[in-house]
Design a binder for this molecule. Structure first.
Ligand code: SAM
Ligand code: TMP
Ligand code: ZN
Length: 411
């Protein structure tokens, strides 16, 4: 598939979207390939822009959702100890607050392997996960989590409301920003939410991405890069209101947005404070993205130069973490098995396959120490603390980690 010419109209408000970066042809970031599938791999042009009216940063080409979120979608939310703890805390907080009333009901959009709803199920609270990725859903169902294999959108929200009644909480992590047809999602949320209910979602934060030059947060699934200002304007178009924001450290910096039906709660001062911070950071200004684009180009140059030098010196470099983010890094920087012969990853569903785009083979985590390479290119930099602690012996034996954000450096 080759995309049509890039869209210049905002998916949310119809304003003009100004392009600020073209990453060129990119694969579907979670489509890890069997050897027999290589010839059928599709690509699309990853082009990013900002809307001059509502300020939403968005992609200008759209991947078909059925190609991204296939039944065998391999990402597993439980893949990191840190994220397991994070979602346990999310569930426990809901149980003590929004779900403390009589017969509460929570719906999760993009519940994946049930990492959050597991705790809700254990507490005996009425819940429903909605996720189209059958294999991941089966993991959740095996643990007794109730899940509907479906895309959440206006029609599924209407049918859930009819069958189960209104939701006190609609929660979603790392999913809402993935959905180009967000108008349908927000109409669905407005339909399903109880009058005093909350819609809470967390996604990568544009402010952190720009500040730390994390260009690899741009890939097919991250269709929108949310900021407080753009989210506030977006939800208001659907009779909803942003009433709270919380800056989180996860995934290199995220924001948890709390949204209600308009007028249901008084917005917190955190919303105002973050809006002011974004104004100071210039998050709505095109110049901010022009400077970001220059930094992205420099990272590509520096990373390629380093990997080519290491190869010419006969050093072994292995990738660590077959992340979705790595698809953008490898395809945009032109890194293939010639520079990084394999990447190790703890996810069984990815092992034995080839990385999308780059065709770098994915091997189990145990391959990392068999024997240790000289350098490890850390694609899963958002889990650096957990991974470096696990692989302490690698560093102790003289191994070095290569990181590429905010700049290319070796530790
Ligand atoms: N919530 C988990 C987390 O934070 O780790 C999983 C995030 S994963 C990146 C995105 C998930 O959203 C996938 O499991 C995918 O199948 C699901 N998804 C994509 N579009 C969806 C939609 N319209 N409704 C419900 N789930 C969706
Ligand atoms: P994420 O950045 O989207 O969370 O993906 C992280 C990837 O890194 C995922 O495929 C699992 C993998 N991983 C490991 O291989 N070892 C680890 O110790 C951790 C935390 C993640
Ligand atoms: Zn717009």
């Amino acid at each position: 598939m080759k995309a049509n010419s890039s869209k210049e109209t905002c998916r949310i408000c119809g304003g003009i979207v100004r392009q600020w970066f073209d990453f060129g042809p990119q694969p579907i970031s979670n489509a890890f390939l069997r050897h027999t599938e290589v010839a059928d791999e599709i690509r699309y042009d990853l082009v990013v822009g900002i809307c001059g009216d509502c300020t939403m940063v968005q992609q200008q080409n759209e991947c078909p959702r059925d190609r991204m979120f296939r039944p065998d979608y391999p990402y597993r939310a439980s893949g990191s100890v840190m994220m397991r703890k994070h979602f346990e805390q999310v569930a426990e907080t809901f149980l003590m607050t929004e779900l403390a009333g009589p017969d509460p009901f929570i719906v999760e959009i993009g519940s994946n392997d049930g990492v959050m709803l597991r705790t809700i199920r254990t507490a005996g609270v009425r819940h429903l996960g909605v996720d189209p990725s059958v294999d991941a859903v089966e993991v959740a169902a095996a643990e007794g989590v109730r899940v509907r294999v479906d895309f959440f959108e206006e029609s599924s929200a209407t049918s859930i409301r009819a069958a189960e009644g209104p939701a006190d909480v609609i929660y979603s992590a790392n999913t809402i920003s993935h959905i180009a047809y967000i108008d349908s999602i927000l109409r669905g949320v407005a339909t399903l939410l109880a009058p005093s209910g909350v819609f809470v979602f967390e996604d990568r934060y544009l402010g952190d991405i720009v500040e730390h030059s994390c260009f690899d947060q741009l890939y097919d699934e991250h269709f929108y890069l949310f900021a407080v200002r753009s989210v506030q304007a977006m939800v208001a178009r659907f009779g909803l209101e942003l009433v709270d924001v919380e800056h989180l450290a996860v995934h290199g910096g995220s924001i948890r947005y709390t949204v209600t039906l308009a007028g249901a709660r008084t917005p917190s001062t955190a919303v105002r404070d973050m809006l002011e911070q974004e104004r100071k950071q210039g998050l709505a200004e095109m110049e901010t993205y022009e400077r970001f684009a220059e930094r992205i180009t420099a990272i590509r140059h520096d990373l390629r130069t380093l990997l080519e030098r290491l190869r010419s010196e006969g050093r072994r470099v292995v990738g660590y973490g077959a992340t979705s983010k790595s698809a953008t890094v490898t395809s945009y920087c032109g890194i293939g098995p010639n520079l990084v012969p394999f990447v190790c990853d703890s996810t069984p569903e990815k092992q034995g396959r080839l990385s999308p785009g780059s065709r770098i083979p994915v091997r189990p985590q145990e391959a990392f120490s068999d024997p240790y390479p000289d350098y490890a290119l850390l694609f899963a930099w958002n889990h650096a603390e957990e991974i470096m602690a696990k692989e302490r012996e690698f560093s102790e034996q003289g191994g070095r980690w290569i990181l590429y954000v905010p700049t290319v450096h070796v530790v």
